[in-house]
Write a protein that binds this ligand. Structure first.
Ligand SMILES: [Zn+2]
Ligand SMILES: [Zn+2]
Length: 295
């Protein structure tokens, strides 16, 4: 299972109740999607080990999405981290972060690789890949899609009927074909591919086709929902989404679950935004700090 932990759920600023929108994904390591101010403290609080972070994916260079990087890097250094940390983000992030990290008091004690990305697969490991895609915001901004690799599953009865037992399952997976007596059993004879899970983070965005396309068929779609429909003019001006627009995208993209986030502080009661979204899409939740979803 892929664990998605909400570290922050608000727009723009921290408050006594909320921190800016930011998520940790736990799956064979810890992967951060945006890194808000206080992200490291939120990780300590909600059980995502900041020492195990492999990669940080920054959606854009508005301060609510990256201010936590500096504190996090300091703490990792003080705790003796030696492993490389990869930070991904849009054009401009490399010179910006490298100039900050070149200042003596903020020099990292371990290697940091900053990669500027725009679209396509930007990271891949044994379990999943992460694709970046452009979105429409008031600055150069990205969304990210985490796509789990397809899994090979056995038709167990069929395999056993052909004599595949015990250790032979592993052997067949590794060698792709094995001999049992006089028979050769091929992996594709007794297996099928199970589609991997897909989690999509919109970052900050207004409505755009690239977001609908990237969200297509997602198991979990984490989407900007800064405003309610009554503020749709403001949403347009600030280049954000309303809850209703997020739900329309979720419906069009045929996602399974919509998680609204990046709420303006004007909404102390976020249930109105969920209610609005439900007019278009039923499986919707509002993000809140400490919430953990299994995908
Ligand atoms: Zn923002
Ligand atoms: Zn922004």
């Amino acid at each position: 299972m892929i664990r998605v932990i909400c570290l922050g759920s608000s727009a723009s600023l921290p408050s006594s109740k909320h921190v800016p929108s930011c998520f940790a994904v736990k799956y064979g390591g810890v992967f951060l999607f945006d890194c808000c101010e206080g992200a490291q403290r939120q990780m300590m609080k909600y059980g995502a080990n900041y020492g195990s972070i492999d990669c940080v994916f920054i959606t854009h260079l508005h301060a609510d999405h990256f201010l936590g990087v500096f504190g996090l890097v300091q703490t990792m250094g003080l705790n003796g981290r030696k492993e490389e940390l990869k930070i991904f983000g849009p054009k401009g992030i490399k010179s910006f972060l490298e100039s900050v990290f070149s200042l003596k008091p903020l020099q990292p004690a371990f290697p940091i690789v900053v990669k500027e990305v725009s679209s396509g697969v930007v990271f891949e490991n044994k379990l999943f890949s992460v694709k970046a895609f452009p979105v429409k915001h008031s600055t150069n901004a990205l969304g990210y899609a985490l796509e789990e690799h397809a899994k090979i599953k056995f038709f167990e009865d069929k395999a056993r009927a052909l004599g595949v037992e015990g250790k032979l399952f592993g052997e067949l997976l590794e060698k792709k074909s094995i001999k049992i007596g006089r028979k050769t059993i091929k992996l594709e004879q007794v297996t099928f591919e199970e589609k991997g899970k897909k989690i999509v983070f919109s970052g900050d965005s207004m409505y755009c086709d690239s977001l609908v396309e990237a969200a297509g068929g997602a198991d979990l779609f984490v989407c900007d929902s800064s405003f309610s429909d009554s503020e749709k003019e403001l949403a347009l001006e600030k280049k954000h989404l309303t809850a209703l627009q997020a739900a329309k995208i979720a419906k069009k993209a045929k996602v399974k679950k919509l998680l609204l986030t990046h709420f303006s502080h004007r909404y102390s009661d976020r249930s109105i935004l969920v209610k609005e979204a439900k007019q278009e899409f039923s499986n919707v939740l509002s993000a809140q700090e400490g919430m953990e979803l299994l995908v």
